[in-house]
Design a protein around this ligand. Structure first.
Ligand SMILES: Cc1ncc(COP(=O)(O)OP(=O)(O)O)c(N)n1
Ligand code: 3NM
Ligand code: MG
Length: 213
């Protein structure tokens, strides 16, 4: 069975930023502060290394509701038994990914335009990552930034829930949620900060304060 998922505060791990606090420690602290999803994203690692890392993150988050996502690497996702796989438009077709991961793993897809959003098949894809909202040094090969106006249009065109990503910090939380996005995905707003739990908690508090009711 696919797990229910909550995109509210989606942490994407970065090995370069997580040097003082390791990726596993950052994941643990961020979830203690409110993070709901944690993506293992390590571009330079081998599949074997990604499997080991994902297993360690899973173990660290075992008694929490947070879900573990593997970026790009379908073999590692399957072998580590993570909750979700995240792919980009150029990684592989969503239909191929779904055929490999089966029906019990969630599938996330990156989207940067209204046409890509309209092309999302909700029978294959569970959520989209929409961005970059702003230019960011964390991903040097990112697409053209979309801003909040672009985010609003793309989210409206998506048939599945969306999480915004790219250059997002605490002060952007209310604007992000006002676009209709279900959550905010961050790397450097948590990874590499002196206190990842505190950084996560401050984001989480802004999410709660931005929600109606
Ligand atoms: C939540 C989320 N959204 C977007 C991305 C970017 O994925 P992709 O376009 O495949 O780029 P890389 O991350 O693989 O460099 C993401 N990873 N997570
Ligand atoms: C992993 C990733 N994907 C992006 C996209 O636009 O698809 S932007 C990005 C990096 C986001 O890092 P930060 O929160 O430090 O800006
Ligand atoms: Mg990718």
């Amino acid at each position: 069975m696919k797990k229910p998922f909550d995109l509210s505060l989606y942490l994407v791990l970065d090995p370069d930023l997580c040097q003082q606090h390791s990726m596993v420690e950052t994941a643990r602290e961020a979830v203690a502060g409110g993070a709901t999803m944690v993506q293992v994203r390590h571009k330079r690692a081998s599949t074997t290394e990604r499997i080991a890392l994902a297993r360690s993150v899973k173990e660290a988050l075992r008694n929490t509701p947070a879900l573990v996502v593997m970026n790009d690497d379908i073999e590692a996702a399957i072998e580590a038994g993570v909750d979700a796989l995240h792919i980009g438009q150029r990684d592989m077709p969503a239909a191929s990914a779904r055929a490999r991961i089966g029906l019990n793993m969630l599938l996330g897809l990156s989207v940067n335009s209204e046409s890509a959003a309209q092309a999302v098949d909700p029978a294959l894809v569970d959520y989209v990552g929409v961005g970059p909202v702003f230019a960011t040094p964390t991903k040097t090969d990112h697409e053209q930034p979309i801003g909040f106006a672009g985010l609003t249009r793309i989210v409206a065109a998506c048939p599945v829930p969306a999480v915004a990503i790219g250059g997002l910090k605490q002060q952007h939380v209310s604007d992000v949620l006002a676009t209709g996005a279900s959550g905010i995905a961050v790397v450097s707003a948590i990874c590499g900060t002196p206190d990842p739990q505190q950084a996560s908690r401050e984001l989480w508090e802004r999410i709660l304060a931005s929600r109606p009711g």
